[in-house]
Design a protein around this ligand. Sequence first.
Ligand code: PXP
Length: 257
Amino acid sequence: MVQNYPRLGVNVDHIATLRNARGGAHPDPLRAALIAQSAGADGITVHLREDRRHIDDRDLARLISSIDVPLNLEMAATPEIIAIAREIQPEAVCIVPEKRMERTTEGGLHVLENRANLSSCVKTLNDSGIRVSLFVEPSAQQIEASKEIGAMAVELHTGRYCLPGLDPDMRERELLRLMEAASLADSIGLECHAGHGLCFDSVGSIAKIPQIKELNIGHFLMGEAMFLGLGAAIKKMKKLITNARNGKLETEETEHK
Ligand code: PXP
């Protein structure tokens, strides 16, 4: 099958957050993943946090045995979670910095500062046949260090670019940083992914960056699912991504502005 880039990875963590608010079985993240897959998601992404605040081990087992598209597991570089990844064998892992009190992943990894732990984690996962990406800020230093420790990919943090109310000049500068970072990653043989905070309005300019092969999107899609339905929100996002990559940049006026 010909792969159209960038792939869309749909993060279904928030479905589990909603389920856990009542402690029952509804809504089911697996059902969301199957709807996402039917609507054109190229992959499903989940973050197994150390505190299991949304996705838990049972969700992971059900997802891996039921979905047909690749599973991308976001995780901290800790022995417990590495052992789980090796056992369940997702297609890919994205290592993120994880802080117990944060609401969502707040910044990229400091690859240089955590070089010893990250490089042994990357090696262990690579040896198990799992593709590893590192979630980093669009910084040359972090990208070069990711390559040096054996990562297959980097996922560029788009959170700053997507910040609501950011000064337009700063947003433009951040877009340039992302473009330069994607070009650097590609030139040194790293697959380039991007994600965090993307919505209908911001996705086009990121999807247009030619070196970006994958976008991971969760929060906005799950929120928009409440208004449009999950399948329709994903189809709309896919269309914006495909159009942008094919040179048809359109922005969407949405209620979240
Ligand atoms: N990529 C990574 C590494 C993340 O940690 C997250 C948040 O779980 C995302 C992408 C998706 O971000 P958002 O939920 O803001 O779309």
